[in-house]
Design a protein around this ligand. Structure first.
Ligand code: GSH
Length: 206
């Protein structure tokens, strides 16, 4: 099974962390690519030309991070990452969606910010900022009373997805200084970001 990824893609990072939890890594051939170079094997696997993409043993491909995460979660060896202890049903899905939305806003904003200045839209940057800011407040509320699990067995989708999204903000949109306004969220995520799994997948090492 082949996983196309880029070390700076936060979507790919989510899938790698889920694969690690479910002991999938030794069954995967990792293909590092830059999707913007349009490498032929990636385009053949995924008509969208995006990472991550997972080519299954039967030759079919999964085209986006959420499908890949569900595939690993469904067929891996670890516990169900979306099933949170002491939380209402579907809470894992709900919080994963929140963190993924922060990534979507963040990645779009980052792409906008590297365009020539006269092509950038203040309106869209403002919408991204507002979406991220209000989602951060919601994330901070939702971790209240939740101890972060960083060991590979007990980690949940919340630690993985919140960790990846918040670290992406630091990596690509550092000027936001989000941790100054959400200190409880910053304290909560710190041990996650310094865990082995996160250090091994740190995009700054790319
Ligand atoms: N919704 C997709 C987003 C994936 C995505 O946008 N990946 C970026 C890298 S972070 C990419 O491959 N971009 C190449 C392009 O847009 O052409 C997912 O969840 O996997």
């Amino acid at each position: 099974m082949q996983l196309f990824y880029s070390p700076t893609s936060p979507y790919a990072r989510n899938t790698l962390l889920v694969a690690r939890h479910h002991q999938w890594l030794d069954r995967l051939t990792l293909e590092m690519v830059n999707p913007l170079d349009d490498p032929r094997p990636l385009r053949e696997a995924n008509p969208l030309g995006k990472v991550p993409s997972l080519v299954l043993d039967d030759g079919r491909a999964l085209f986006d991070s959420t499908s890949i995460i569900h595939y690993f979660n469904h067929s891996g060896k670890g516990r169900d990452l979306f099933n949170l202890a002491d939380a209402p049903e579907f809470e894992g899905q709900r919080l994963y969606g929140l963190a993924l939305g922060v990534l979507d806003h963040g990645v779009a904003w980052r792409l906008e910010s590297v365009r020539p200045e006269n092509e950038q839209s203040a309106h869209w940057q403002q919408r991204r900022r507002r979406g991220i800011e209000e989602a951060l407040a919601c994330m901070e509320q939702s971790i209240h009373g939740r101890v972060p699990h960083i060991d590979v067995e007990n980690i949940s989708i919340v630690e993985i997805a919140f960790g990846v999204s918040l670290d992406y903000l630091d990596f690509r949109l550092g000027f936001l200084n989000w941790a100054d306004r959400y200190p409880a969220l910053a304290d909560w995520v710190r041990p996650i970001l310094s865990s082995d799994a996160f250090c091994e997948t740190d995009p700054r090492k790319a």
